[in-house]
Write a protein that binds this ligand. Sequence first.
Ligand code: SIN
Ligand code: FE2
Length: 227
Amino acid sequence: MAIQRKGTSPATFDLFADEPPQPPAVEQIGPASFVLRGFALPLVDRLLPALESVLIQAPFRHMVTPGGHTMSVALSSCGEFGWTTDRSGYQYTRINPQTGEAWPAMPEVFMELALAAAREAGFVGFIPDACLINRYIPGAKMSLHQDKDEHGYEWPVVSVSLGLPAMFLFGGHQRSDSSQRVPLLHGDVVVWGGVDRLRFHGVMPVRQGEHSLLGEQRINFTFRKAR
Ligand code: SIN
Ligand code: FE2
């Protein structure tokens, strides 16, 4: 690079030299898995009000796993199907058991983001029918798990991070396989599908912090095709 800049004025040269190294916009973390850095940023102004209106209709709540453990992450959903867990198991439902009403419709801007991110990762034609919304306050985490409550696995999972940073764990096909640690920031989108669709993944406890738009929380959307 320096050779190409021979002959440029010292001022210009210094300008370039001071630029922090930029990570690549797309990082591949598996044969069919990608991190799209900052992909959601251009839509944040529309995502947040849409999120707010979804949460008025379907407020966050802490659910219990079949094993009787109360999740540290608070959950909501939108779209045709919402994901729930209780003592009887995990399932997708059309009705929010908390309100007795259908889950809120998936906002247009959510759909737009999910489709565009899937396309960017090579999954053209993805139309999610479920969006889980996870809220992590500092200390909240998600243990290693597979997303396997969907009827089929031909479509990817598209996962959007907003607010506080998190360390995403991307494992293998066995729980005991070692995990890659993938730091995720506000606006990053992870897409995993194809041969990677059933890989174990999780989130390490979110660290204390204050995000300029979202305060003391991390919000994650995961888009799936449930049926
Ligand atoms: C999930 O696996 O459902 C959530 C992943 C995340 O919060 O990044
Ligand atoms: Fe998951």
